[in-house]
Ligand binder design. Structure first.
Ligand code: UDP
Length: 309
């Protein structure tokens, strides 16, 4: 690890990497880079390199983990063994488990999980090269992979960190600022400014904390613009339909479809409410079908465990 620098900011207000205190590192984005994922994004932010992939929505196994009224967003943050100076032991760690949990929660207010009951949406983020700010970089990549997968969202999520060095607040910490600074405050927010992730290391006064939130907000606004441009260059002119209007339109359309296909829908309802679907899990082993689904569930679970190892 490099030595602690004597100063992080020079007399002209310029940081060690040439940025001003309120400037983010250059960000480069490519959407749709993985052909077998439903959505994907490769993002470089300074020297961070992140790959995000989205699979789903698809049926969640084992079934006992299904949520009857909404989809389960399963977020994974992982650092590749070769992503840091000292090789990391492969597999989940306390740190990656915590980051996965809070990062997944950062998407809760935007993903319209109510459209996919019983389903899982897997969001997998891989840090290929780490240089401070990887959890925020992964969130920025994940939101674009979700959009690329066509997951209905009320808006995007952006994330960046604010820290404190030489007694001053700085936006988007670089490695020496992260390692030796006095505070590190990663924040994620929606386009409405709702904070969906907030963690903190170190110390800030209440005034500094308030100012840090403002700084993070400005950083996220810049990132939203970069994300929007990346989506526009991938998908051209997107017709932006406000959510309320979209829901109204969708429900009008579904009424038309229901009227046209009344009989079909009735049949589907009957099919969906077969005994198999409503038996209690304990009773399932009595039926052949459910035995099969238990086997599938176990297989999936085993596979999951293997993946983890
Ligand atoms: N880091 C490392 N080994 C680890 C964890 C982190 O070398 O096991 C480095 C990596 O460059 C990372 C930085 O330390 O970006 C800061 O880590 P932190 O836990 O603050 O998370 P991040 O800022 O990446 O979200």
């Amino acid at each position: 690890m490099s030595e602690k620098p004597e100063h992080f900011i020079d007399e002209n207000g310029i940081r060690l990497d040439g940025r001003r205190v309120d400037e983010i590192r250059p960000m480069k984005i490519e959407i749709g880079v993985l052909s077998r994922a439903d959505g994907s994004c490769y993002l470089e932010w300074g020297n961070n390199k992140i790959l995000a992939a989205v699979y789903g929505p698809r049926e969640l196994h084992p079934r006992r983990l299904q949520r009857p009224n909404e989809a389960f967003v399963r977020y994974r943050y992982n650092m590749a063994a070769f992503s840091v100076e000292d090789r990391i032991r492969p597999g989940p760690s306390r740190r990656s488990t915590e980051i996965s949990k809070v990062s997944g929660e950062a998407f809760e207010p935007v993903i319209m999980i109510q459209y996919y009951p019983g389903a899982v949406i897997d969001v997998m983020t891989e840090v290929l090269q780490a240089d401070a700010g990887t959890r925020t970089a992964a969130i920025n990549a994940a939101t674009l992979a979700l959009a690329d997968a066509g997951i209905p969202m009320k808006g995007l999520v952006a994330a960046c960190a604010v820290g404190k060095v030489d007694g001053q607040l700085v936006l988007d910490l670089n490695k020496p600022e992260d390692n030796y600074g006095d505070a590190d405050l990663p924040i994620a927010m929606t386009q409405d400014g709702e904070i969906t992730l907030l963690q903190m290391d170190g110390h800030l006064t209440p005034e500094e904390f308030k100012a840090a939130l403002e700084m993070a907000k400005k950083g996220c606004e810049q990132i939203f613009e970069i994300q929007r441009e990346a989506l526009m260059s991938r998908y051209g002119d997107i017709e932006v339909v406000p959510v309320a209007e979209k829901e109204e339109k969708d429900s009008e359309e579904s009424v038309d479809v229901l009227e046209e296909q009344g009989e079909k829908v009735e049949n589907l309802d009957e099919e969906e409410l077969t005994d198999e679907e409503i038996v209690e899990p304990e009773a399932e082993s009595d039926s052949e079908d459910s035995e099969e689904s238990t086997t599938n569930a176990e297989t999936e679970e085993d596979e999951g465990e293997k993946d983890e190892q």
